[in-house]
Design a protein around this ligand. Structure first.
Ligand code: NI
Ligand code: MN
Length: 226
């Protein structure tokens, strides 16, 4: 499975020939200035919540690619009102099978409003289930005991977790989250973008190794094989 990292919490994964783009925040991310959003293809755009550091480039990419937005009902309807025609609203606890695989929506402990202040419903986490590889994208969240439910829903091959602290889990809590969801491999997101979420990469990687876990920190624009 191929994962391309576009900075902050934005990444793209191709599953069964379909391109899934998560939480696009590129044009407003100074660290991602080398990425041109017009080069990004997407069949689906999955949104964990409505904060601008997760949705800033949704409208432009969705309108150009005609991708289907998958998001909380409130977030999906906000984009529908902007003229996005293809959207699929979901909410926590819901499961739905698409042409690339199945999504199970799980709890995230955070907040959610849209860039204009509109109510964004609850923030979401996603489990993506398919024949190639199952994974968990936590979205923006605190460590929560609800993560213990995730192995009941699917065996996870890797988890994409926020590690920048301040707004979400930090490194120490992300290690506990990896243990709860029963995976050995974590791809870190939601760090370094702003001064208050800067992390020490080497220290983070070493702390994961001490816990017999692997932390991958792809550079912006890098594609890794998982
Ligand atoms: Ni947020
Ligand atoms: Mn965020």
């Amino acid at each position: 499975m191929q994962l391309t990292f576009y900075g902050h919490s934005c990444f793209s994964i191709t599953i069964n020939g379909k391109k899934l783009l998560f939480d696009p925040f590129i044009t407003q991310n100074q660290l991602a200035s080398a990425i041109n959003i017009n080069d990004i293809e997407a069949d689906y755009i999955l949104l964990s919540h409505g904060h601008s550091d997760h949705v800033a480039d949704v409208e432009a990419i969705a309108k150009r690619t005609n991708a289907t937005i998958i998001a909380a009902y409130e977030v999906a309807m906000w984009f529908a009102a902007k003229g996005i025609e293809k959207y699929h609203p979901m909410n926590i606890g819901g499961k739905k099978t698409f042409d690339f695989g199945t999504i199970k929506v799980v709890n995230a402990i955070h907040s959610s409003s849209l860039p204009d202040g509109s109510y964004g419903g609850n923030p979401l986490g996603f489990i993506i289930i398919n024949e190639e590889s199952n994974f968990y994208y936590a979205g923006d969240t605190a460590l929560t005991l609800d993560m213990q439910l995730i192995p009941m829903f699917a065996q996870i091959d890797f988890a994409i977790l926020p590690i920048g602290d301040n707004f979400t889990m930090g490194i120490v809590d992300a290690i506990q989250a990896a243990k709860m969801v029963q995976t050995k491999m974590v791809i870190g997101v939601h760090y370094d973008t702003f001064g208050i979420i800067k992390i020490d990469h080497q220290k983070a990687i070493e702390l994961f190794i001490k816990n017999e876990l692997e932390l991958k920190l792809p550079v912006i624009g890098e594609t890794i094989i998982i």
